[in-house]
Design a binder for this molecule. Structure first.
Ligand code: NAD
Length: 495
């Protein structure tokens, strides 16, 4: 296979100057691209391109940025089939998921930020002191360094790039070295739409080399990171060295609380779809179902039946419901956690195995349903990031809320009930950045996504994302023209 240029710097593809890098299809284990990883020198070049592009880009009007982003939307529509096909192969997603979720979601997000670019908000200018006019300027920060994970490569690139550039920043994105292909296509689509070279750069390389260099770089004003809590902690510590602003979207362990007056069929379907979407490699995936005891057995039975209906298969087959995990190494991690739960006495009701009849080079794992685990066990407390749902019983509403809050994470949660007082209470008391009521998973461009607790801080999507990617400047102008101002009395006693 010929070498592919996996870097996108200053509007052009480059080879990279680091170690050889192979990009693999998770469904088959086949190498789909080979290139070279980015080194600190490549990161330097990308940051220099972004720095050079910043003054002109920051000087465009919101309307000009919006027009270019609308043109970008049109290019993405034209290239939607290519984006879906590449995302499907590189990330191991069933083609239906890439076509119906990843690509339309990304295009909608781009369209949202094309509009939002014209709506940066602030307090109204006014004479708050009586003697001055106070006004707010919302200014871009400069060069943003972003680092994204492999689970939704295109959407995560979009979530990082769009609010940053809509607000007038330029950016260097380091996608996961496992899944760089659609991030590169997304940046190229921006250039094709007329976004100037250097505004969006992509460096593909491993975290400890390219990621570390980006976080440390003195010309990077802010780091936005989506990934695991372990690496997020390291990124925050490194960024502290140069006092960079940090935005962290980290791991999750979403609870799924089913009260005894819930629509059981809706809850069972929601739990299976919410647990298995993207093979459970979703930071908001339903992972811990707490079910009130009268419904427990029936809920487990229905979930097991629904899991039996999920078809594993080749990602290009439209009949495939669930593809492989991202790598065989990751599958080993998932199966190790299930095995330890089983060894500790939990019951594996469904799955817990590598399936037969799937491509042997692929990292497939069966939909897995577990009961009988203890609340303090690894499988309940730690992120599995695989197709694994644990179901636990509860008796009282107080207990349900306490169990839902009893992990280090706080990204997302759902509550299932037909009683509005119960769902209102759950939405108020569950500590998470998003609480769904009688659903689990849907996201929309207009509303924020972000964590509480060890799931991080800051918001992706929505106008709230501009709070991360802008500096707020207060301009206070004297309107009295007086040389002797009343407040000078604190220094010059009354004259
Ligand atoms: P990861 O933390 O291993 O890697 C994330 C990114 O960080 C990758 O690009 C990686 O190359 C880079 N990286 C690794 N070491 C680094 C270092 N020392 N310095 C700088 N960068 C470094 O995560 P992953 O396995 O790619 O993704 C899965 C994780 O992402 C899960 O924990 C999941 O919950 C989380 N996630 C969170 C959200 C969210 O919105 N909160 C969304 C998607 C994924």
């Amino acid at each position: 296979m010929s070498q592919q240029e996996l870097q996108y710097i200053g509007g052009a593809r480059r080879l990279g100057s680091g170690e050889p890098l192979s990009v693999t299809a998770p469904a088959t284990g086949e190498v789909i691209a080979t290139g070279k990883g980015a080194t600190a020198a490549d990161v330097d070049a990308a940051v220099a391109a972004a720095k050079a592009a910043f003054p002109e880009w920051a000087g465009t009007t919101p309307g000009e940025r919006s027009d270019l982003m609308h043109a970008w939307v049109r290019v993405l529509h034209e290239r939607a089939d290519e984006l879906a096909a590449v995302e499907s192969v590189n990330a191991g997603k069933p083609i239906r998921l890439a076509q119906e979720f990843d690509v339309p979601g990304t295009i909608d997000n781009t369209a949202f930020f094309a509009g939002a670019a014209r709506h940066l908000e602030g307090k109204s200018a006014a004479e708050y002191s009586g003697d001055h006019t106070s006004s707010i300027r919302r200014e871009p920060l400069g060069v943003i360094g972003s680092i994204s994970p492999w689970n939704y490569p295109l959407q995560m690139a979009a979530w990082k790039i769009l609010p940053a550039v809509a607000a007038g920043n330029t950016i260097v994105l380091k996608p996961s070295e496992l899944t760089p292909l659609t991030s590169l296509l997304f940046a190229e689509a921006a250039t094709a739409a007329g976004v100037p070279a250097g505004v969006i750069n992509v460096v593909t390389g491993v975290g400890p080399v390219a990621g570390q260099a980006l976080v440390e770089h003195p010309d990077v004003a802010m780091v936005s990171f989506t990934g695991s809590t372990v690496v997020g902690r390291q990124v925050a510590a490194t960024a502290a060295g140069s006092v960079k602003r940090v935005h962290l979207e980290l791991g999750g362990k979403a609870p799924f609380v089913v009260f005894d007056d819930a629509d059981l069929e809706a809850a069972a379907r929601g739990a299976v779809a919410g647990a298995l979407i993207n093979v459970g490699q979703d930071c908001t995936a339903a992972t811990r179902a707490y079910v009130q005891r009268p419904l427990f057995d029936e809920f487990v039975g229905r979930v097991a039946d629904l899991m039996d209906r999920v078809t594993l298969g080749p990602v290009e087959d439209p009949e495939t419901d669930m593809g492989p995990l991202i790598t065989r190494k990751h599958r080993d991690k998932v199966s190790g956690m299930v095995d330890r739960a089983r060894d500790a006495g939990a019951k594996v009701v469904r799955g817990g195995r590598i399936p037969e009849h799937t491509h042997e080079g692929g990292a497939y794992y069966e939909p897995t349903l577990i009961t009988g685990a203890t609340q303090d066990s690894e499988i309940v407390q730690q992120e599995v990031f695989g197709p694994v749902l644990v179901v636990l019983p509860f008796d009282t509403d107080d207990e349900a809320i306490a169990l839902a809050n009893d992990t280090a994470y706080g990204l997302a949660a759902s509550a299932w009930s037909t009683n509005v007082y119960r769902t209102q209470r759950a939405s108020r008391e569950i500590q998470a950045g998003c609480v769904w009521i009688n659903d689990h998973i849907p996201i929309i461009s207009e509303m924020p996504h972000g964590g509480y607790k060890a799931s991080g801080f800051g918001k992706d999507m929505s106008a709230y994302a501009f709070d991360e990617y802008t500096n707020i400047k207060h301009v206070m102008s004297d309107i009295t023209a007086a040389a002797h101002k009343p407040w000078h009395d604190v220094i010059f006693r009354a004259e």
